[in-house]
Design a protein around this ligand. Structure first.
Ligand SMILES: [Mg+2]
Ligand SMILES: [Zn+2]
Length: 277
């Protein structure tokens, strides 16, 4: 379905864990992380942690090796491949970082399924240290959304995607996420869109408390198997609705032609077709 845009959060949605915590823990830097966390924003903290692990002799290859071991539910990759094969436009909106996400997607062989990855920029400097910067520079141009962390408002990203897909004639959006940062974008979804919150995770709690604020239809999922089932059901449902709509449009254009036929000719015409059966 070329008309459907599916937006995925990354941590605890595509992969089973939080990639930042996973890398810090697996590289043995958890204590330092917990010690420093109260002193700076999370995103700045990750850049600092990459400096620490680099100073301890950990290489980019060590970080990649940890990322390739990130736990996954076995049904998530097939779900993504199927949605892509059905013609959906798949995108990622994540507060992790480009290096972590690209390393994992490359390893899973699904990077080409996505048309866009919106996340915190990162690069490897000439010392071989991974640098991570905020998606939004909150010192020079704060995003001003009080629901979101200072470095990223996912709601703003969704609004940008909505504006760009409207130009491409794509109409419907499905959003999947688990975290509190996925609540702001869920408020931006429109009637006809679908929100897929992970059950018993922060975004699900927030949505349960504020259901009336959402225009999108809500479909929860608890694990990768349910993610696959619910996502494919929604794509199917939208496809049926869209094909009914295009049948209706065709019928209406046929009706217009009928108007030009002289009255006598009407007797010979077949009875009107019913739509929405
Ligand atoms: Mg998440
Ligand atoms: Zn926001």
């Amino acid at each position: 379905m070329a008309g459907i845009v599916v937006v995925f959060d990354f941590d605890k949605t595509i992969i089973e864990i939080d990639s930042d915590n996973w890398v810090v823990d697996e590289l043995g830097a958890t204590d330092l992380f917990n010690q420093l966390l109260p002193t700076m924003p999370w995103n700045s903290m990750m850049d600092r942690m990459m400096r620490e692990v680099h100073a301890q002799g950990k290489t980019i290859e060590d970080i990649k090796e940890v990322l390739r071991r990130a736990p996954m539910h076995p049904r998530v990759v097939p779900a993504i491949k199927k949605a892509h094969a059905l013609g959906c436009d798949l995108r990622i909106v994540s507060d992790a970082n480009m290096f972590f996400i690209e390393t994992i997607l490359d390893h899973l062989g699904i990077k080409d399924c996505f048309t866009e990855i919106n996340t915190n920029p990162s690069y490897v400097d000439d010392q071989g240290r991974l640098r991570i910067s905020p998606y939004v520079d909150f010192h020079t141009s704060p995003h001003g959304c009080n629901l979101c962390p200072p470095n990223m408002c996912k709601g703003m990203i969704i609004e940008r995607i909505q504006a760009s897909i409207a130009k491409e004639g794509k109409k419907r959006m499905i959003y999947l996420g688990d975290g509190s940062g996925d609540f702001c974008p869920s408020l931006k979804l429109k009637e006809g869109d679908f929100m897929m919150p992970r059950k018993n995770y922060p975004v699900w709690d927030l949505i349960c408390e504020n259901r009336a604020l959402l225009k999108a239809e809500i479909h929860e999922w608890a694990n990768g198997a349910e993610l696959e089932r619910v996502l494919l059901e929604l794509i199917d449902k939208i496809s049926i609705q869209e094909s009914n709509n295009s049948n209706l449009a065709q019928l209406l254009s046929v009706d217009c032609k009928f108007e030009s036929i002289p009255m006598a000719g009407h007797e010979a015409l077949p009875p009107p077709l019913r739509v929405h059966q």
